[in-house]
Design a protein around this ligand. Structure first.
Ligand SMILES: [Zn+2]
Length: 169
């Protein structure tokens, strides 16, 4: 099932998600649906709040279907180590017109649980590091615009509010 992507302005995007305690078939199905929804939205990462579900689950595939082994499921992810700096044009699903350069660490280690509830650690660089940070931020109710300067953030918010008023958001 493909879920619609929640738009910026929905409160689910700005509050911390709930933890996950049950690792069952329902969770498995939700994760499959999250991959499907992510691909349908042309994304390489998706956090559950982006489909309106406030639970600490994220999926990533920076190869976009090229390599099935690259599919990554992160349940209750936590960033445990970061290194370096890397500047990339940042964006997010549903805010594609608002891409801005954002500097973040370029090597990141995350600790998370897999679909069976097994704890693992994963280290990623560059694009994967960015995705690990970005999706973990979503689960903490933090949006990528929080990494922009206050000036740029205000500008972006004003643009979005204008679009909302015009019914174009
Ligand atoms: Zn995002």
């Amino acid at each position: 099932m493909i879920y619609p992507i929640v738009k910026y302005g929905n409160p689910v995007l700005e509050k911390p998600s709930e933890t996950v305690t049950v690792f069952d078939d329902e969770l498995q199905k939700l994760i499959e649906d999250m991959f499907e929804s992510m691909y349908a939205a042309h994304g390489v990462g998706l956090a559950a709040p982006q489909i309106g579900i406030g639970r600490r689950i994220a999926v990533i595939d920076i190869t976009f279907k090229e390599d099935p082994k690259a599919k990554l499921v992160l349940i209750i992810p936590e960033i445990i180590h970061t290194e370096g700096k890397h500047t990339l044009s940042g964006g997010c699903l549903r805010v594609p017109d608002f891409r801005e350069n954002v500097t973040r660490p370029d090597r990141v280690t995350v600790r998370a649980q897999d679909v069976q509830g097994k704890v693992f650690e994963k280290t990623g660089e560059e694009l994967l590091a960015r995705a690990l940070l970005h999706e973990t931020d979503h689960l903490n109710g933090k949006l990528y615009i929080s990494h922009l300067s206050a000036l740029k953030r205000d500008l972006m918010k004003r643009k979005i509010r204008k679009l909302m008023k015009a019914g174009e958001w």
